[in-house]
Structure formats: structure tokens, C-alpha cells
Design a protein around this ligand. Sequence first.
Ligand code: 1GP
Length: 236
Amino acid sequence: MAAVWAQWDHVTKVDPDKPLHDGDIYADIADTGTDAIIIGGTTNVTQSNVQSVLDALASTKIPVFVEPTYCPSPSQIEALSGYLLPIVLNADDPLWITGAHHEWVRSSNLDWESVHPEAYIVLNPESSVATLTQADCTLEADDVVAYAELAEQILGQQIVYLEYSGMLGDPTVIAAVRDTLSSAQLFYGGGIHDYESAYRMANVTDTVIVGDVLHEAGIGTVEETIRGVRDAKHDS
Ligand code: 1GP
């Protein structure tokens, strides 16, 4: 059976540490037409603030996944579609490659069917995630492609995530990564803020992830990005 994310063209990422734009409510995110919601962020993501967002999304019909930066909890699993567990391949701090995960496996009794790893490659040196993980963002295009191939062929990853959080990535690098993958799904996130940027990135990735635009410009702009992604997929 194909993984649920194989159907995702557009995903909205909700940061539980950031307020929504004026007048927006969580329940309306699902009505935009986005394919799934991921709750995650780099700083101050706790079980309790994630739970508040999950409560606000309780009636949502689209998949809701959590990217934990805390020990994932079996008690929370009922309220979500699953956990997406980031592994940062180019982190200089091994905590974000296997360290935190090792501790979580020791201290939590998770149902593994609900936990899916994502092989992250972090590429914006100015981003909080790059600072936290001490990611090596000086990679050339062929280094990035090699990490993606390593993720799929050596580590058996089903999701490769090019994380440019806060800036638009280089479409030629993203396209080269997609070309190298056989069946893994390529997630791209970073700097998508309008119809054009969404259209451009949707042409070179399988799944477009939008984050900050939800908090900074609101649900109406998220809808614009969905139109960009839908048109790009239709035209390709
Ligand atoms: C962040 O990849 C996502 O984890 C989306 O990035 O916030 O720049 O849209 P932006």
C-alpha cells in the first residue's frame, strides 16, 4: 500500500510556538485544500503546546502529523495520524542524527507503525534549525544529491526533506535531488510566500511545504500557494 504522503502535493506546517495571523483559526487550515498538516518547529515545541494545536484541529479530516523535538508520547498518538521523526543527515551535532532518537527509544514505548522517519538535509545557514543542529550548509549540489541518494539507498528512507526554512532554495539543486530518487518522496520547504514561488518549487519537488507564510501572512496567502502548486502539477 502506498504511503499516505505519496498523495501530498501541498502541506501546511504549523509552528506551535507562533501565533496564527490576525483573525485566522486553526480549523480553517484544513478547508484551504492543503493535503496535510504537520505540527513542528525548532524552538519551544513541547508536548503541551503541540497538544493545544491538536485540540484546535480535533475536527480536521485531513492527516495531521507531528514532528517532535521532544520525546514522542504514546498518549498523544490517538489524536494524530502519526509522528514524522526528523533525522538531520548533515548535522554536525550527532544529537540530531541518532542521539535524541536513541534516548526517545529508550524512554518511550511507541507504536512503530505510527512513526515515520524523514531524512532532512538542512540548507539555510541562517535558519534556527541549522543553528540548533549545527548543520553543514556549505554543501555543493553534488553533496546534496549524494546525501539524498545515501538516505534512500543506504538508510532506506522513504522521505527526503530539503529544508531551506526561511529562504527559497535553488530549483536546480532540488530538481537534481528529485532525479536521483527512485521511489522516496521529496519534500521541499523554505521561503514559499505566494503563488509564483509555490508554482516554481512544485515543478521540481513532489511535495511543497509552507510554514512561516501561515503565521506571517495568513490562511488567504496559504490558499494562494495551494493554487500555485495545483497549477504546477496540472501543467507538468
Ligand atoms: C519549515 O520547511 C518548512 O520547516 C517551511 O519553511 O517556514 O520558510 O515556509 P518556511
